[in-house]
Design a protein around this ligand. Sequence first.
Ligand SMILES: *[C@@H]1O[C@H](CO)[C@@H](O)[C@H](O)[C@H]1NC(C)=O
Ligand SMILES: *[C@@H]1O[C@H](CO)[C@@H](O)[C@H](O)[C@H]1NC(C)=O
Ligand SMILES: *[C@@H]1O[C@H](CO)[C@@H](O)[C@H](O)[C@H]1NC(C)=O
Ligand SMILES: *[C@@H]1O[C@H](CO)[C@@H](O)[C@H](O)[C@H]1NC(C)=O
Ligand SMILES: *[C@@H]1O[C@H](CO)[C@@H](O)[C@H](O)[C@H]1NC(C)=O
Ligand SMILES: *[C@@H]1O[C@H](CO)[C@@H](O)[C@H](O)[C@H]1NC(C)=O
Ligand SMILES: *[C@@H]1O[C@H](CO)[C@@H](O)[C@H](O)[C@H]1NC(C)=O
Ligand SMILES: *[C@@H]1O[C@H](CO)[C@@H](O)[C@H](O)[C@H]1NC(C)=O
Ligand SMILES: *[C@@H]1O[C@H](CO)[C@@H](O)[C@H](O)[C@H]1NC(C)=O
Ligand SMILES: *[C@@H]1O[C@H](CO)[C@@H](O)[C@H](O)[C@H]1NC(C)=O
Length: 734
Amino acid sequence: MGFGRLLLQLVLVGALIAPATAQAKPGCLHLCGNVKIPYPFGMQGCSLNEDFLITCKKTDSKPPQRQAFMGTSNIEVTNITIDGELQIKSWASQSCHNASTGEEDPIKSLLTLSNFTVSSSKNKFTVVGCDSYAYLRGFRQGKPYSAGCMSTCDSLDYVYNKSCAGSGCCQIEIPDGLYSVNVTARSFNNHTGILDFSPCTYAFIVEDEKFNFSSQYLKNIPQDKFPVILEWSIDNTTNKEASRRFSSACGHNATSYRPDNVPGYRCRCEEGYDGNPYLGCQDIDECNKGLHNCSHQCINLDGSYKCTCPKGYTEDGRNDGQRCTPHHFPYIILALGVSIGFLVLLVAISWIFLFIRQRRLKELKEKFFQKNGGLILQQKLSMQHEIPDIFKIFTAEELKEATNNYDDSTIVGRGGFGTVYKGILADNREVAIKKSIQVDESQKEQFINEVVVLCQIKHKNVVRLLGCCLETEVPLLVYEFITNGTLFKHVHGRNASDFSWETRLKIAAETAGALSYLHSETSVPIVHRDVKTANILLDANYTAKVSDFGASRLVPLDEMQLSTIVQGTLGYLDPEYMRTSQLTEKSDVYSFGVVLVELLTGRKALCFDGPEEEKNLAMHFLSSIKGGKLFEILQKHIVNKGNKEQVKEVAQLAKRCLCLNGEERPSMKEVATELEGLHMIKMHPWVEVSTEETEYLLAREESFTSGHGNGCIASSAGFDSIKDHLVVSVGGGR
Ligand SMILES: *[C@@H]1O[C@H](CO)[C@@H](O)[C@H](O)[C@H]1NC(C)=O
Ligand SMILES: *[C@@H]1O[C@H](CO)[C@@H](O)[C@H](O)[C@H]1NC(C)=O
Ligand SMILES: *[C@@H]1O[C@H](CO)[C@@H](O)[C@H](O)[C@H]1NC(C)=O
Ligand SMILES: *[C@@H]1O[C@H](CO)[C@@H](O)[C@H](O)[C@H]1NC(C)=O
Ligand SMILES: *[C@@H]1O[C@H](CO)[C@@H](O)[C@H](O)[C@H]1NC(C)=O
Ligand SMILES: *[C@@H]1O[C@H](CO)[C@@H](O)[C@H](O)[C@H]1NC(C)=O
Ligand SMILES: *[C@@H]1O[C@H](CO)[C@@H](O)[C@H](O)[C@H]1NC(C)=O
Ligand SMILES: *[C@@H]1O[C@H](CO)[C@@H](O)[C@H](O)[C@H]1NC(C)=O
Ligand SMILES: *[C@@H]1O[C@H](CO)[C@@H](O)[C@H](O)[C@H]1NC(C)=O
Ligand SMILES: *[C@@H]1O[C@H](CO)[C@@H](O)[C@H](O)[C@H]1NC(C)=O
């Protein structure tokens, strides 16, 4: 039984001992009755110092209750807050008439409050009575302070409930920082004459709102204790503290501060901590106490907390207005990345495209090169030593550059077989670049053969082939550039009259020499096929250069006659060749005959202006000779006294060249020799023509003008003799 009670008491005491989170010092009671006692307050041994000592006493009431008292005094403590307030219940000071003695009772007339400061804002000094005054005495900032309040009334007539304006009740403010307060109640006349309704004077300090004056209280006040709010702080002015070096009473995570109007200091927890700052503050677990505004997840930190956001979200601003917003998508970086990527892709694509294009171009070039017989040509070039060094296979680029990309301004001629451009090579050589006819796959070898043969032609009166380019669809031939234009231009141009007979004869001789060379002195006989004034070029010295072998055909040695499609220029075309399509060297002879006639007459090979019979120059010329009208048809200024015979001779030669039957025409070699002879005579007048020769020439003229036969057979005999003679003569002259 006894043991059971002890156990119960222990359990009860245990419950009163401060748990870890309580405000009392560990191991100390934290409650006295209903009053919580936070440190620095405490029972004996548990308080910070004597100032904060609390005595817990049992009341005499039944059942007994515990009451807390300030130190050893009789001031009851009813509430202690950690932030510096203390509620006590203090006795009212009274002065009552003792009927038996007729004097005032002095016992309860004086009240000494604690050393703590009386809260000025929360208390009022109140005096109740009708013959009363009271003192309020204390200290402010170490100096004595006193104030008084008085209340009188002769009857209850003018005493109003809740009114403390000095009649029945007097109330005044309490000044700041007042401590060690004594309240003294007094009467003026020992309440004489008013004992029936106001026998006493009551003076007290009371918490605002906790006392409402009523007229009834004049006779008897129902309570003898009134609540008062004190402000407590830790006083470092005491000797004990001053003797030591000041050390804060604040615990960890707490700071001290000076409260307004209160001496000493207090402690408070730092932000983010709570608990008893005098014992040490604990971190507030904001996350678990719901003290956070995190929208997603809260993480408690020592003294604070932080919000985290789910992946892909970011905190919006400060740590308080926590809102998770989706990550600012890095548009700039994305845009940059995308554009850089795009650029790289573009560059890569264009590179690939360019690469493919270049490869295609290269392939195309190679294809053309092969199609145009480039390989065969290369083979031939490497094999044949007689091919001159100047011959070169040009690249497409070189020629493109030379002609400024085939600019129209560089065109110097357009013929039936292609366009001729003037080009300037990298080494400043002027060349004529001819876009040749298209080469069929089947004709490839033949084309190359022609190129090979043509490039070997090394004759001063033949335009030199310098090279070719096979990388283009249409093969390009590169010739030396002849400056003075075509013979056609000179014969039929505006200044034709300045074009002397001597020059004409020289050109005729040179042309004939060139053709003769082509027919008989090259490795393979070459038929030009398009001999005409337009294809005879002149250089600055009026030296003839036979050009345009576009239509030329090599005549294989074993077959002297070549069957081909009829090609050539009307007016110059061999009528026999036209009829039979059998190409022989004599076709060139016929064409050369027309050239001779052109030189003689200054007329064009085909003339559409005149009458029908004069349309074809060759026919017209032949018929004129037949009719003995040679001198009528000749160009006016050509003939003079000195050269009449020579002109006749040339005309005779032309006539023979124009024989319808190819067999009857002289060979080119014969023509050349004869013309050279005539030219030599002119050049070297000292080479005397023997009278025999002259006679012969005259005789020939007679036979010529008489026009027996077709003139072809008769003339050939004469030609041979003159040829032989002249060769001898010239040889001697040199
Ligand atoms: C103590 O005082 C505080 C602040 O004035 C108040 O909140 C609390 O309720 C009081 N406690 C008691 C037991 O009266
Ligand atoms: C009046 O005074 C006498 C003598 O001091 C005392 O015994 C008595 O109790 C007093 N009466 C009152 C009401 O206080
Ligand atoms: C009031 O009481 C005191 C003694 O306490 C006495 O000395 C005084 O004369 C009295 N005054 C009157 C007016 O009765
Ligand atoms: C007030 O302070 C003095 C000394 O500072 C002390 O002796 C006294 O006991 C204190 N009074 C109370 C009520 O605490
Ligand atoms: C208050 O009363 C006490 C005790 O009578 C006294 O020692 C003290 O000096 C008084 N205080 C004042 C301010 O009068
Ligand atoms: C004051 O109030 C009480 C009741 O609370 C009442 O009996 C009394 O007559 C009132 N006095 C005045 C002056 O109104
Ligand atoms: C005093 O009166 C006010 C308003 O009339 C009321 O709120 C308050 O509770 C009263 N105080 C007491 C102690 O009765
Ligand atoms: C008391 O404390 C305050 C602030 O805490 C300080 O300024 C003052 O100097 C201290 N006084 C003494 C005597 O230590
Ligand atoms: C709070 O107190 C603890 C214990 O003394 C300490 O480790 C911690 O650093 C303190 N926090 C701050 C913010 O001072
Ligand atoms: C939460 O947000 C509200 C409104 O913004 C603010 O009033 C409150 O103080 C915040 N609470 C915390 C713990 O930050």
